[in-house]
Design a protein around this ligand. Structure first.
Ligand SMILES: [Zn+2]
Length: 443
């Protein structure tokens, strides 16, 4: 009789090599050879991106399958050897960990995952849950990786989710420039959006499907379903061989890391915040060309920052004035000597624009030219026709706003993996594919 089995792998990334998703790609083949029947695409889950001690992308991967109970020891062995072989153990920020769960995914574990994505989960909690639900785990070095390895098993992507097809480079090509034809990416983008997203950044003219580091990824295309991604992949012109490719189901582009909070006084460092407030101080550009403004509500006031890499998005932010009512989305940065507690802006919804008016000199009633002051308490005079008007006063003139009451999101290159792009609004999925739900959760 086959049993359900879940393998979570976390924290094998380093900036130099390795890539957690590549280990999953290798394991898919090894586990098939051991007779495993996959019940879902391999999952990639991004955890809370606001945690400073995370690895580069903070990705964890999960493999879910059915297998013979007597095969579980060989499966564990295969997983451990792949992780040990492909983790960069020289990188001291990586704490690779693997976890194994037999059977259905308990609700408590799903709650823990939610915490690891939107909040801060602790190693102690992870250990407690592992003990309670007989999750076996292997910490290859430190303990921190256990959080991700456990969280990925619990996040079964029952709600909104997306797919990513990732192709990997052959080992001799790793470290060299990726030979993916830019024009073909632009063409693929124009033919497949909005069902794919974040392929290309038109503002900086940069391909987004190809990473730049020495990691084994050749490209990764993100989209709404596996079919469109296979189609998108076939449209690319690539001048190097891909070693293999894998389709993943993920929480990329879903905003699952964001959480609405009631008021400014409830913001907490390293946590997400979706927060409404009134613009209390006009945006100012600070060193590094970051743009900062403040919002307030009845409980307090907080700084909000749009950083330089968000490019033209800063022009939207610069268009804010005092009195605008906005909803800000982002992660909360801890206060320091240099700056107060700040929301790192990921997107902004402008709810209500304040009226913007400036005081201007009156126009000449005779010729229409803007008049000039005739001196203190002497009214205004017209330079063109000489008319003087002692009783004339400055007038309020409405200034047209440069921004609208709508949602603004930075250009794709500045998105976090989890940031939901504008093109996905209205495309959110309410459920996982039905066949998958039946296999994972206790009915
Ligand atoms: Zn005049």
């Amino acid at each position: 009789m086959d049993i359900a089995f879940h393998v979570g792998v976390d924290d094998t990334d380093s900036p130099r090599m390795g890539c957690t998703t590549y280990i999953a790609a290798l394991l898919v083949e090894r586990l098939k050879d051991l007779g495993c029947t996959f019940t879902d695409y391999p999952n990639i889950i991004r955890l809370n991106p606001n945690i400073p001690w995370k690895t580069r992308g903070n990705a964890a991967v999960c493999l879910r399958f059915l297998c013979r109970e007597n095969k579980t020891d060989s499966i564990k062995e295969a997983v451990l050897s792949a992780v040990k072989e492909h983790s960069d153990m020289s990188y001291d920020k990586a704490d690779p960990a693997v976890a194994f769960l037999k059977g259905y995914v308990p609700t408590e574990l799903s709650d823990f995952s939610k915490k690891a994505i939107q909040d801060i989960a602790s190693v102690a909690e992870a250990k407690r849950l592992a003990a309670r639900f007989n999750v076996e785990f292997d910490l290859i070095r430190g303990e921190r990786g256990l959080i991700g390895a456990l969280a990925i098993i619990g996040e079964t992507l029952q709600g909104d989710h997306t797919y990513e097809i990732i192709a990997y480079r052959t080992s001799e090509n790793r470290g060299s420039k990726r030979r993916v034809d830019e024009k073909s990416v632009i063409e693929m983008d124009s033919k497949t959006t909005p069902l794919t997203f974040n392929n290309y950044d038109y503002e900086s003219k940069r391909m987004l499907i190809t990473p730049h580091g020495p990691d084994p990824i050749l490209y990764g295309i993100r989209g709404e379903n596996p079919e469109v991604l296979l189609q998108a992949q076939s449209m690319l012109t690539i001048d190097e061989e891909a070693e293999r490719w894998v389709m993943f189901r993920t929480n990329h582009g879903t905003d699952s890391h964001l959480r609405r909070i009631g008021c400014i006084s409830q913001t907490r460092p390293f946590r997400p915040a979706v927060l409404q407030g009134r613009v209390a101080a006009r945006p100012r550009t600070i060193t590094g060309r970051h743009v900062v403004f403040s919002i307030s509500d009845s409980t307090g006031r907080i700084d909000v920052a749009a950083y330089e890499p968000t490019g033209s998005f800063r022009n939207i932010v610069r268009g804010l004035i005092e009195g605008d009512i906005v909803e800000v989305y982002g992660g909360v940065r801890k206060s320091s000597v240099a700056h107060p507690r700040t929301v790192n802006l990921e997107k902004i919804k402008i709810l209500k624009l304040a009226e913007h008016a400036v005081l201007e000199n009156p126009r000449c009633p005779k010729c229409g030219r803007r008049m000039e002051s005739a001196g203190r308490e002497k009214g205004f005079r017209c330079r063109r026709c000489g008319l003087e008007k002692r009783e004339a006063r400055k007038t309020h003139v409405a200034v047209e706003r440069t921004i609208k009451e709508t949602m603004y999101v930075p250009p794709a290159r500045a998105h976090r993996h989890l940031t939901k792009p504008i093109s996905r609004y209205g495309r959110e999925k309410a459920n996982a594919p039905k066949s998958i739900i039946e296999k994972w959760h206790n009915p």
